[in-house]
Ligand binder design. Structure first.
Ligand code: HEC
Length: 214
């Protein structure tokens, strides 16, 4: 019986060629002769579709080994290096586009009530008041309301002092590790907003820098 005379559709023929399944009723041809308590075994071939899948995985494995595991530009390590280099470039670009976020050279003082209020709250929560007193009149630390400065007045100097601390051994630590940049900016702005106020018990002026000069 040739295939045409079987009168089956192309799809059925395809399925048949992919499975090579034995036709029901012809099992006797592939029946193995052993018998386990009545259970018998057919010696069917591995279905071609399954074998094709297996061969494809073998080919992919070879391709993967050559292309990905070190013999080409798809090397994972180089790829990682490239990605890191690209990311670094992106960071640089971002930094150059937003210098105000990364450099303190052009830092400015906040003047709006909201940020000043936040600075005031931080002055308490970050324990600044313990050394400078709640009204900034000074104690262990200098008076922050007068125009005499040990380390320099103005937003840049004050921000710098809060970030990096005072002179060694004086007690004013560097706060940049524990207070965020924006919070240090709010603190510095609050200190500036308190310039010229009159504390209850002002500490005598310290520092030779008069700021602003007048
Ligand atoms: C442990 C005590 C202490 C604490 C807490 C402290 N300071 Fe100071 N602060 C000092 C001392 C002491 C100096 C003087 C440093 C020097 O002489 O170099 C100083 C200096 C300063 C100055 C510069 C004053 C000047 O004349 O140049 C500023 C501004 C300042 N502190 C702000 C703050 C802020 C804001 C906080 C809270 C985040 C704070 N300090 C917490 C002790 C303290």
């Amino acid at each position: 019986m040739n295939k045409k005379s079987e009168n089956i559709s192309g799809w059925q023929r395809f399925m048949k060629s992919m499975t090579k399944a034995n036709e029901i009723g012809k099992e006797e041809d592939v029946m193995l002769d052993h018998d386990y308590d009545g259970i018998r075994e057919l010696d069917n071939v591995l279905p071609p579709w399954w074998k094709a899948g297996f061969y494809i995985t073998v080919v992919i494995a070879v391709f993967y080994y050559i292309m990905v595991l070190g013999f080409s530009k798809y090397n994972q390590y180089d790829e990682l290096k490239d990605e890191l280099a690209d990311a670094k470039k992106e960071v640089e670009t971002y930094k150059s586009e937003h210098p105000e976020l990364f450099s303190v050279d052009n830092i400015t003082a906040f003047t709006d009530a909201d940020n000043i209020a936040k600075g005031k709250a931080l002055f308490t929560s970050k324990t600044c008041f313990a050394c400078h007193s709640a009204d900034l009149g000074g104690g262990i630390g200098p008076n922050l309301t007068d125009n005499h400065w040990i380390l320099g007045g103005g937003i840049k100097n004050i921000f710098h002092t809060i970030s990096k601390g005072g002179r060694p051994g004086k007690g004013m630590v560097a706060w940049e590790a524990s207070i965020t940049k924006i919070e240090r900016q709010q603190l510095a702005s609050y200190v500036i907003s308190m310039q010229g106020t009159t504390p209850a018990a002002p500490k005598a002026s310290q520092g030779d820098i008069i700021w602003p000069e007048n």
